[in-house]
Design a protein around this ligand. Structure first.
Ligand SMILES: Nc1nc2c(ncn2[C@@H]2O[C@H](COP(=O)(O)OP(=O)(O)OP(=O)(O)O)[C@@H](O)[C@H]2O)c(=O)[nH]1
Ligand SMILES: [Mg+2]
Length: 323
């Protein structure tokens, strides 16, 4: 299913381009690259609600040909049908995919089994193998480390950029784990990905306009998953696919009113986003493999357009200088 995407006007798109790359992420990227030679396997944690947009292209470059496991975390919040589709789409000869609900006791056992099955201890192995856990902010990397270790070792929290530096954890005689800070790429080229990363909470809320992020989420959800919205807010919540009116109704229901009784959109957006993030709107996945193809083609087109415009500008400047 390919749904119409919210296409913000160029001004909004420019405003929304994520420029959230705090210093610690820059440092984290460098440290990750430095640690790679001693890493045996990379565990990339993705958000099951955003299997495409939560991939960090920068990590792909870093990974090179290291074997990997992709964990689709927060599977308990995602559409199970799409999780199966994405699991098949993302697995390759060298990368296994596992969907996990990391907050459930024992839920990470399949990952331990997979690690043991794929990387059997070598006869003369003196040191434990190293698995580095990487991924975008707030996706559940530290939660996964804690679940694998069976105790709380790494600090977790429901906001991005909790982990600020690498942490090494000895799991058993055969394995040690490296927790790493979440890394976003400096400029998310696909504006739609940026909005969706905002919706799941992988970008600091103050770095994006919550109302725009929420409207993008509602645009999609009211077409793809209307039942969840209706179950949460009542049968009249969807107004002919007009997400602004839907947000207005959510604001009224939640009592998010400002001066003269007008709905405070920012507060209403935070309520709706919180409902989405905690699963109160049902099991939702915000993207499909088809959307990925369409959006990637669009990004390539935009890139070519930008390059042509730049070239045109440069030539015009040159011509002006010659005159
Ligand atoms: N529902 C659900 N919540 C999860 C799952 N995994 C992690 N979480 C929650 O997601 C939030 C972020 O988890 P963290 O482990 O701190 O994420 P992180 O990737 O280490 O984040 P940074 O260190 O900030 O990059 C926490 O509130 C976790 O409880 C899961 O499988 N399901
Ligand atoms: Mg962390």
């Amino acid at each position: 299913m390919i749904l119409a995407l919210r296409t913000p006007d160029p001004y909004t798109a420019q405003l929304m381009a994520i420029q959230w790359f705090p210093g610690h992420m820059h440092k984290a990227r460098k440290e990750m690259a430095a640690a790679l030679p001693s890493v045996d396997v990379i565990i990339e944690v993705l958000d099951a609600r955003l299997p495409y947009s939560s991939q960090n292209p920068m990590l792909d470059t870093l990974r090179a040909d290291k074997p990997g496991i992709r964990v689709l975390a927060k599977a308990d919040l995602a559409d199970p049908v799409l999780t199966d589709i994405w699991s098949a789409a993302l697995s390759t000869d060298t990368i296994d995919v596992l969907a996990l609900t990391q907050t459930e006791p024992g839920a990470c056992k399949p990952l331990l089994q997979l690690l043991s099955a794929r990387f059997k201890p070598m006869p003369n192995q003196l040191k434990p193998r190293v698995a580095m856990v990487v991924g975008i902010p707030n996706v559940g990397k530290s939660t996964l480390i804690n679940a694998l270790a069976g105790r709380v070792i790494a600090k977790t929290g429901n906001e991005p950029a909790i982990t600020k530096r690498q942490q090494h954890v000895r799991l058993n005689d055969h394995w040690s784990l490296k927790d790493t800070p979440g890394v976003l790429w400096p400029n998310v080229e696909n504006v739609n990905s940026g909005f969706r990363l905002g919706a799941v909470g992988s970008v600091r809320d103050t770095a994006m306009d919550s109302t725009e992020v929420c409207l993008t989420m509602l645009d999609y959800v009211q077409v793809a998953y209307p039942a969840g919205l209706i179950a949460r807010y009542g049968p009249d919540i969807i107004v002919a696919h007009d997400s602004t009116q839907t947000l207005e109704r959510i604001g009224k229901l939640a009592g998010c009113l400002g001066a003269r009784g007008h709905v405070d959109y920012d507060r209403a957006a935070r309520v709706a986003l919180q409902d989405f993030r905690t699963g109160n709107l049902g099991l939702i996945t915000l993207e499909t493999p088809q959307m990925q193809s369409v959006e990637e083609a669009l990004v390539i087109e935009q890139r070519a357009h930008k390059a042509a415009a730049k070239k045109h500008k440069r030539e015009a400047r040159k011509a002006g200088r010659k005159r």
